[in-house]
Write a protein that binds this ligand. Sequence first.
Ligand SMILES: [Zn+2]
Length: 100
Amino acid sequence: MSRSLTYRCLNCLEHTMTREFDTSHLSVTCPNCESFERFVNEAVFRQFRAFEESPPPEIEWERLDRAEKFVVSERLVRSTKTLKDFEIVNHDTSEASPYR
Ligand SMILES: [Zn+2]
């Protein structure tokens, strides 16, 4: 039996599509918003939404832009990183980047 995974459009956050392979994200044209977008793994999206509802105390979640939030969510879900691995606490906004 093959399992299928759900990926969600990061532009409209409404359209989802399923694929039988597991990857962090896809880059496809969304049939809903007709934009070429990144579709994130639903597990990553769930992590993002959980943090939106209750921001983690370890990092300054509110200071990240949406793309950065997804990077953090993606790394947490897709790798063994934990919030402590993100050096985005107590830095100036200009340095608050998870891209390290
Ligand atoms: Zn879309």
